[in-house]
Design a protein around this ligand. Structure first.
Ligand code: FE2
Length: 478
């Protein structure tokens, strides 16, 4: 900003735009039903703690800890015409296991100032934030558990009872927000993220947080058009930056869209390899056919200096409506990134639509063999999810196994938990929630990863519906 006068003018213009945007967000009308406020997605209206849980099978006694999953659940009913799945308040769903028993399930909203006020609670401490109820992920790093969102919202610390503790900007170092998908490097203990802020169209950041929870690096990288960069990946030498053609849309903001991002064919698709300790301008940009990636499974370097990243790749994104993600084709692909030719070569691993890929995260950034994904409905679904199957990819044998929960069941993302500290890759459990649509209940399911297609090891039934959400993680506790 070159002068205080210019800053004042820009501030007034921004205030005017935001005023129009807020008005339209509240008052725009639509004849279309919003699929993320109805049916299986209907938001819950209460918090519960349930200790009397029905268990079928045997909970592995070694699974001591807490499974937490985050997802959008608007506290106040939003305008259905402008509500986007990605913009609802965050609600955490937790399952606590100890010594082979299911101690409790509980759900809690991540407290925003508005939710605190509505519930008559003291305000959550910490700096103000553009989006105060992170709804996308919940991750333990730096010795604390954090609810996370992208595009500028601050991380919110929560307790192992799902209580909101504080918003944090990490001593001011992350004042422009953090990210929804930080990744712990199992070889260094540090956590890497690519961060962006909806109000900063020309800069993103590579952020590194130490095992002690301190921001060690916050390196700016120049971009154009305000790209939405949902996730990232690491390898031994690089951080992988996905600068793909979904960008901030001022017309969508002014029209009142609650997530103002759109497919932008004019934005060149590229994937960057940033040397892990390099300056932002040392990033090696490699061109790729236009596509969109929310989530890589993993990435690693090859002996000939290339980088391979496996990911769920969408043909496009936010091109056919403003309620949620596109329902058009998605495949599991391997992307070979060549830093010399500066080009990306895409190869389909599995053409079936699928999302939410997870590896055994002890292999993150390294050669690996197994990836676990959630099938998506073959011909799309207005509510995005709804296929009853999980996939397990053996990338060594080039095979795929299927776990089918059966018609009327709707799983979400499943997370791999190793059986013990020195377990081999794939030696452990896959855990996640599965909605039983007809009964209106939800199962917390534990699968043996090595008996993937077989019956669950244990099923814990929660007597209520948990709406589809985004990401979860296992937090080991005594
Ligand atoms: Fe995500």
């Amino acid at each position: 900003m070159s002068s205080p006068v210019e800053a004042a003018i820009r501030g007034a213009v921004t205030k005017g735009i935001m005023g129009v945007a807020h008005f339209n967000r509240a008052h725009r009308k639509s004849s279309k039903q919003n699929p993320y406020l109805t049916g299986i997605h209907t938001p819950l209206t209460a918090e519960q703690t349930i200790t009397d849980l029905k268990v079928t099978g045997t909970i592995p006694p070694a699974l001591n800890g807490l499974y937490l999953r985050n997802g959008p659940n608007p506290f106040e009913a939003p305008n259905p015409a402008t509500h986007h799945w990605f913009s609802g308040d965050g609600m955490l769903h937790g399952m606590r296991l100890q010594n082979g028993e299911a101690l409790w399930y509980r759900n809690r909203w991540v407290r925003s100032t508005a939710i605190n006020a509505a519930l008559g609670e003291p305000a959550t401490p910490g700096p103000k934030s553009s989006f105060e109820s992170p709804n996308t992920n919940v991750v333990a790093f730096g010795g604390k558990i954090w609810a996370l969102v992208e595009a500028g919202g601050l991380p919110v610390e929560v307790s192992d009872l799902l209580e909101t503790r504080t918003r944090s900007d990490f001593e001011g170092l992350l004042s422009k927000g953090f990210a929804a998908h930080p990744h712990l490097d199992p070889l260094t203990g540090e956590t890497h993220a690519i961060c962006y802020n909806a109000m900063e169209p020309a800069t993103i950041w590579h952020t590194v947080i130490t095992a002690d929870g301190a921001v060690r690096r916050h390196e700016p990288i120049s971009v154009q058009d305000g790209p939405s960069i949902h996730d990232c990946m690491i390898t031994k030498n690089y951080v992988i930056v996905m600068d793909l053609p979904v960008t901030f849309s001022m017309p969508a903001l002014i029209a009142g869209d609650s997530f103002p991002y759109r497919w932008n064919p004019k934005h060149a698709a590229r994937i960057g390899l940033l040397p892990r300790e390099g300056r932002g301008d040392e990033i090696i940009w490699c061109s790729v056919e236009p596509c969109y990636i929310f989530h890589p499974a993993n990435a690693f370097e090859t002996d000939d200096g290339k980088v391979v990243m496996d990911a769920c790749v969408h043909t496009d994104m936010f091109a056919d409506g403003h309620f949620g993600p596109n329902t058009s084709s998605t495949a599991f692909e391997s992307l070979e990134i060549d830093p010399v030719a500066r080009r990306v070569t895409r190869t389909v691993i599995d053409a079936s639509p699928q999302e939410f890929p997870r590896p055994d995260e002890r292999r993150l950034g390294q050669p690996y063999r197994y990836a676990y994904t959630l099938a998506l409905p073959a011909h799309g679904d207005p509510g995005f999810v709804g296929d009853p199957r999980l996939f397990k990819h053996d990338l060594g044998a080039r095979t795929r196994e299927v776990h089918d929960f059966g018609e009327g069941h709707m799983p979400g993302e499943f997370v791999f938990v190793p059986a013990h500290a020195t377990a081999e890759e794939d030696e452990g459990w896959l855990i996640g929630y599965v909605a039983d649509i007809a009964r209106g209940t939800t199962d917390f399911v534990i699968l043996d990863a090595r008996n993937f297609a077989g019956p669950p090891v244990a099923t814990i039934t929660i007597p209520g519906r948990i709406p589809p959400g985004f990401h979860g993680n296992w937090v080991a506790l005594p």
